[in-house]
Design a binder for this molecule. Structure first.
Ligand code: CAA
Ligand code: NAD
Length: 307
């Protein structure tokens, strides 16, 4: 399927109520932009603490947008923020939320067994044409949905947002052999209603962006491991010499080192082509940082310190 130019006008969303599962960096962003586009949203996570952290991400981002949209008008800033938040229900009840939704977007950690388990229970309670989508960075979409009833496969797809969700324009819509044209077109219109730019992708490792971006970040880590240059100098080089907004180590910390480690670990253990290319070889520096809880900005430290 080809896609229209990135600047196509916003469409009316085919969805009213959306459930987002996982209130981390990505899920909170997806919930926020969906609520900003007037959808009713349920944002699900496993604990009140995780939900509070997700709400914190959303508040911080909304305040930033409100200040920009309504400079010098604090009343308008507050009412904008409250209006968006009023459309988001924070909950730990996954099935309850999903059963009332016409789109479910999963954004939990990058673990295939967990994602399969969630879709097994969610697909048992959702309506017969509810669309089920995963925001996975790297896992095969068809594998995430192997456990759901056959007749629901036509309603499944990948829906891959980028971090920070409120700011990044792109959404990759990933079609499997089962995804119907109607499912694709509804997801397409939904992303346009968020004022995002959709592109169509096949269900291949890393889709478009991560197939290029993750090997690039891992090459930077290998450069550091060999002692070719410091992290700071590699970052400076890529920002000033290649015009990237962040250097690879800043970006690794921004994305989350656990997420990148899950991505390359998964590719290396399951994908012969990626393994033989060496592009997904594990890295000791990266794995040691993850083991010690240094996950990047979200934990306060990664390649750099943020506290
Ligand atoms: N919410 C709302 N607005 C935000 C925001 C947020 N969370 N983060 C940034 N912004 C806005 C700012 O308000 C600002 O808006 P204006 O220009 O209108 O004033 C704009 O973004 C720029 O922000 P800053 O001035 O604070 O900082 P910056 O110029 O350094 O930009 C950035 C920040 C947009 C994150 C930029 O550094 C960037 O694009 N970095 C690269 C991000 C990237 O590559 N993301 C993809 C990661 S890979 C991925 O997501 C896929 C995966 O599966 C792992
Ligand atoms: P994160 O660690 O910030 O958030 C994951 C959230 O999932 C946590 O709040 C966790 O409590 C929650 N969770 C775990 N088990 C759950 C369950 N059973 N039910 C509900 N919630 C549960 O991770 P993230 O960066 O938001 O990544 C989420 C997904 O999005 C991953 O698949 C990742 O690969 C993908 N992704 C990440 C980025 C990025 O830059 N970080 C970009 C695009 C896609």
């Amino acid at each position: 399927t080809s896609t229209e130019p990135a600047t196509k006008k916003p469409a009316t969303s085919p969805f009213e109520r959306i459930t987002v599962i996982g209130a981390g960096l990505m899920g909170s962003g997806i919930a926020q932009v969906s609520a900003m586009a007037k959808h009713q949203v349920n944002l699900v996570d496993v604990s009140e603490d995780s939900l509070n952290r997700g709400q914190g991400y959303i508040l911080k981002s909304l305040k930033r947008i409100a200040k920009k949209n309504f400079p010098d008008n604090q009343t308008a800033q507050i009412s904008f923020t409250e209006d968006v938040l009023s459309r988001i229900e924070f909950t730990t009840k996954t099935e309850d939320a999903a059963s009332k939704s016409d789109l479910v977007v999963e954004a939990v950690i990058e673990n295939i067994e967990l994602k399969q388990k969630i879709f097994t229970s969610v697909s048992a309670v959702t309506g017969k044409d509810t669309i089920l989508a995963s925001n996975t960075s790297s896992l095969p979409i068809k594998d995430i949905f192997v456990t759901i009833p056959q007749e629901k496969l036509q309603f499944t797809a990948g829906l891959h947002f980028f971090n920070p969700v409120p700011q990044m324009k792109l959404v990759e819509i990933v079609k499997t052999e089962h995804t119907s044209e109607d499912t694709f077109s509804k997801l397409y219109d939904y992303t346009l209603s968020l004022k995002k730019a959709p592109v169509a992708c096949k269900d291949t490792p890393g889709f478009i962006v991560n197939r290029l971006l993750v090997p690039y970040m891992m090459e930077a880590v290998r450069m550091l491991e060999r002692g070719d240059a410091t992290a700071k100098d590699i970052d400076t080089a890529m920002k000033l010499g290649a015009g990237y907004p962040m250097g690879p180590f800043e970006l690794l910390d921004y994305v989350g080192l656990d997420t990148v480690s899950f991505v390359v670990g998964g590719w290396n253990s399951t994908n012969k082509e990626m393994r033989e290319s060496g592009l997904s070889s594990p890295s000791k520096i990266l794995d040691d940082l993850v083991k010690s809880g240094r996950l990047g900005i979200k934990s306060g430290e990664g390649f750099y310190k943020y506290k």
